[in-house]
Each structure stands twice: as structure tokens, then as C-alpha cells.
Design a protein around this ligand. Structure first.
Ligand SMILES: [Zn+2]
Ligand SMILES: [Zn+2]
Length: 278
């Protein structure tokens, strides 16, 4: 039995490669979850390119791509995702049309017109779109359950809870807290083993004590991550969707502070793996 989480892209907003981000990584949001024989991918940021290349060329490859939303940093890896170019692959893309006329058209649009040399419609893989959104659940093989919640973010965002063999991981990125923890997120994260949380800012950055005032930009802070983890009773907190200008040394500092408040905290880095089953 396998239930393993691997981080392929941990940045928010824009890829930020370079000497000062080499340890935590520069790719944007993409997290792989292996459950049994299944491959799930949370978001299609530039980290998805590495995930695609890592998939062994086995027959009848199936990937479920669970999309939080359609902002650039979450879709940009898809046009370079190997399985999309394989005739024997089935890619199911789950997403919400709540804030767009058609999720399918919006997703495919990044490969349309002048934006990309290969039109979406000519991709060799079988690609299916599946409606996702708050309150929906997805059952895979009667063994894996995926629960969803709508999160507060400009244009909306979906949080996912994946459960298998009595363990659970929650993916909650591109989410802005209120003056309290969002009840929808609290319910989604209740008792989870791992909570992956949008910790783009510090509280001081968020309110504008450091740099620009960022209230209303759709992101949260590590302090609210700690608060959510405590209130929801989660076992491990993973801080995610790092600000592109938070370099390795800065993220080390955040990890120290966050661990003092919630000891089982990890600042996500590219290549980090978490095994949910012993
Ligand atoms: Zn983002
Ligand atoms: Zn976003």
C-alpha cells in the first residue's frame, strides 16, 4: 500500500530559479499524491513538468489532475506535461466553472492562438474534464476519497482532502484567511494527518508593516497556518506557495519561527516526500 506525497513545485505567483532559491526550489505549485496504483497531481504549475518526466513509461498511464484554480502559476506546466503527449495516457482534469463560463475553455486557452505552438485539441492523450467544487466528493475505486471545499481567493479556489487507508492529506493553497480561520477550511482539515497551507506571507508582510499592504491579494500567512493546524487538530503542517522573493535563508527563518509555535511544521521544498503509511 502506498500513500505518498511529493512536492514538485512550492512557489507562488512566478517561477523563481536561481542561487538564492536553490534549496527550496523555484518551480510553481504542483504536488504529486500516489495512492495505491493511482497518480494524482494537485495543480499544474511549472513543477508538473518534472512530475510528467518522472512517470515511468508504463502502459495505460492514468493521471487525475486536481486543479485548485486557473491562475498562471497553477496551469503553466501543463503545456509541457509528458503524459499529455502520449497516446496511451488518460488525463482527467478536475476543476470548477464557478468563476468562468467554461473551465474547459479557460484551461485549454493557454495553448490556443498565439500562446503555444501545439493546440490543446491536437494533444495525443485522451483528456477528460470533470467538474469539481466545494461540497463535491470524488470516489476512486471505492478506496480513495477526495473531498472539496471552496476557498476564499480572487476568482475562487478549491481545497482538496484526499483520504486513503485511514490517513489524510489536505491541500489548501491560494486561500486568504478572515480575521478567523475559514470554517469551510476548518471542516476540510479537521483531524488531517498533513495540511499543506498557503503561507505566502508573514503577518507583518500581510498587513503592510513590511513592504506593500497585501490584504485582499488572496493569500495567507504562516501564522494563520499554525492557527488553522491547531484549531483543526492536524498532525503535520506544511507551509507552501512561497513568495517568489522569499529566498532560502528567509524560509529557514520562517521554519524556525513556525516550529517554535507548532513543532511539527515543515517548509515545503522541491523533492520533499511525506509517506502517510508506515
Ligand atoms: Zn498561486
Ligand atoms: Zn491564485
Amino acid at each position: 500500500m502506498t500513500f505518498r506525497v511529493r512536492f514538485w513545485g512550492v512557489r507562488g505567483s512566478v517561477p523563481m530559479p536561481g542561487a538564492s532559491t536553490v534549496r527550496f526550489g523555484g518551480n510553481t505549485s504542483c504536488v504529486e499524491v500516489r495512492v495505491g496504483e493511482r497518480v494524482l497531481a494537485l495543480d499544474a504549475g511549472t513543477g508538473l513538468v518534472g512530475l510528467g518526466r518522472s512517470l515511468e513509461p508504463r502502459r495505460a498511464l492514468e493521471v487525475d489532475l486536481l486543479m485548485s484554480h486557473l491562475h498562471w502559476d497553477h496551469i503553466q506546466g501543463f503545456p509541457f506535461f509528458d503524459p499529455a503527449f502520449r497516446k496511451d495516457a488518460l488525463v482527467r482534469i478536475h476543476g470548477s466553472s464557478r468563476f468562468t463560463e467554461s473551465f474547459e475553455e479557460a484551461f485549454a486557452g493557454q495553448m490556443g492562438g498565439v500562446y503555444h505552438p501545439v493546440p490543446f485539441r491536437s494533444l495525443p492523450a485522451t483528456i477528460e474534464f470533470v467538474s469539481a467544487g466545494g461540497g463535491q466528493t470524488l470516489d476512486l475505486d471505492g478506496q480513495v476519497s477526495v473531498t472539496m471545499a471552496d476557498l476564499d481567493h480572487p476568482g475562487g479556489s478549491i481545497g482538496y482532502r484526499i483520504e486513503y487507508a485511514g490517513r489524510s492529506v489536505v491541500y489548501a493553497t491560494d486561500h486568504e484567511h478572515f480575521t478567523f480561520v475559514d470554517p469551510a477550511l476548518l471542516a476540510l482539515a479537521k483531524g488531517a494527518d498533513v495540511l499543506i497551507y498557503d503561507a505566502m506571507y508573514t503577518d507583518d508582510e500581510y498587513v503592510g508593516n513590511v513592504g506593500m499592504h497585501r490584504v485582499g491579494w488572496g493569500h495567507s500567512t504562516w501564522q494563520y497556518g499554525v492557527r488553522t493546524a491547531r484549531e483543526a487538530g492536524v498532525r503535520q503542517l506544511v507551509l507552501f506557495h512561497h513568495d517568489p522573493f522569499h529566498d532560502d535563508a528567509y524560509l529557514d527563518g520562517i521554519e524556525r519561527l513556525a516550529r517554535a509555535a507548532f513543532p511539527n511544521t515543515t517548509v515545503a521544498w522541491e523533492g520533499l516526500e511525506i509517506d502517510l503509511l508506515p
